[in-house]
Design a protein. Structure first.
Lengths: 141, 284
């Protein structure tokens, strides 16, 4: 425990740091998720420009192709059929899923450390994020 | 205009957003959203959905480094996400309902006002001294909301602890709501809560805010994506551009005078905000 910078407070909260492994794993989740999504998006954008580049842009702005790929079956059939918009959607889903996975890893490390309250809070955040994607979003579509 | 040119221009707007956003600390979405609305007539809801995606790209680009440096306080950040995430879910839902009610113009005016409100904060002189006399409340003690980091400038370990968690949670809920409604990071509000109410050192507050922004944006992006308000043809090049711009910005930032950068670029953001308000008012 260091002496630097500590405020002369009547109550000192003890340090209870997460293990270094938690920091490394969470940074790795962010990096891998980012690189995976960017790789999918780069190849998707290039493929999209090759196949649709000469079309007028107004059509792409006014009609939203993502609506075809928001169900698992729609996304899988779009990917299997080689639809570029399905690959772009997959890249965006990976980008959105990355911070959610980071929260899940936080839940794991707090749970493993026996911190019931912090694990409970992190789990509640995880449930809220999933409810937003899986329930609230489709409900207000 | 054909799609190839459109995608290229969105990519360039993303690079500019990522660059300006990382140099000013405002985030890339404050540039990308107004440009999409003003220059390309993209509907407000789709622009907001794109804004979330750009935040995700920038926060993941810079966030990993802060986490590895132990500057982001994972414990405090994850504790406060219990307020920002419901705020963002509510904010994004509010925006969808207002768009359905044909109130997009009112949202544009509100967005412009929020951007203008954020700009002066970036001019304010940031205090760099370490906060002293922070008294932790019962929640802070129970959840051991404290930490320690190595301050390179001071060349010593700095210990800190969270002060008043209730007002911080309140401000974080508001920050989440603002972020959710307008697709911006609202990092200025998060840093305010972390510094003023929790009494965290400036470096920890900034890094922890960045750490939290990704999850707040994931809440908003998840809703907008699932509700069909993210257009991949627009969001994909915007995300790629902002990731590149944020990366370049983070590399060149140490060599630039921070104050000069802000004086150059912040009028750009203020100008975009005024343009957005004019668009909302139906003026040319």
């Amino acid at each position: 425990m260091s002496s630097g910078g500590a405020p002369p407070s009547p109550t000192m909260v003890p340090l209870r740091p997460l293990p270094d492994e938690a920091y490394r794993r969470m940074a790795a989740v962010l990096r891998i998720g980012l690189f995976a999504s960017l790789a999918i998006l780069v190849s998707g954008v290039i493929a999209y420009l090759i196949t649709h580049g000469s079309e007028p842009y107004g059509n792409a702005v006014s009609s939203n192709p993502i609506l075809n790929y928001l169900s698992l079956s729609g996304l899988l059939s779009g990917l299997a059929g080689g639809h570029v918009e399905a690959y772009l959607t997959l890249g965006l889903l990976v980008l959105v899923a990355t911070p959610i996975l980071r929260v899940a890893s936080g839940f794991y490390y707090f749970g493993r450390g026996g911190e019931r309250w912090m694990a409970g809070i992190t789990f509640a955040v995880l449930v809220l994020l999933l409810l937003g994607v899986l329930v609230l979003g489709p409900l207000i579509r | 205009m054909d799609l190839a040119l459109f995608v290229l221009l969105v990519l360039i707007a993303g690079v500019a957003g990522g660059l300006i956003g990382s140099l000013t600390g405002l985030g890339g979405a404050v540039v990308v959203i107004p440009v999409l609305v003003i220059a390309f007539n993209v509907p407000f809801s789709i622009a907001v959905g794109t804004g979330f995606v750009t935040i995700l790209a920038t926060s993941s680009t810079t966030g990993a480094a802060y986490v590895l440096d132990h500057l982001s306080d994972l414990r405090i950040g994850m504790f406060l996400e219990i307020a920002t995430v419901p705020g963002a879910l509510l904010g994004a839902t509010t925006t969808v309902f207002l768009v359905h009610a044909n109130l997009s113009n009112a949202l544009l005016i509100a967005l412009g006002a929020v951007l203008l409100a954020i700009v002066p904060g970036t001019y304010a002189r940031r205090h760099i001294e370490i906060p002293t006399g922070v008294v932790p409340d019962r929640r802070s003690q129970a959840l051991t909301l404290s930490g320690e980091y190595h301050d390179a400038a001071l060349d010593r370990e700095v210990r800190y602890q969270a002060g008043q968690t209730s007002p911080a949670l309140g401000v974080m809920f508001g920050a989440g709501w603002t972020s959710g409604m307008f697709g911006i990071g609202a990092g200025a509000f998060k840093v305010l809560a972390l510094e003023r109410f929790l009494g965290l050192p400036m470096k920890v507050a900034t890094a922890t805010s960045n750490f939290m922004i990704g999850v707040t944006a994931a809440a908003g992006a998840g809703i907008m994506l699932a509700a069909g308000y993210v257009n991949p043809v627009i969001a994909a090049p915007a995300a790629l551009g902002t990731a590149c711009g944020a990366y370049v910005g983070s590399r060149i930032l140490p060599g630039l005078q921070n104050r000069t950068v802000r004086y150059v670029f912040i009028p750009v953001v203020a100008g975009l905000a005024i343009e957005v308000i004019l668009r909302g008012l139906g003026l040319p």
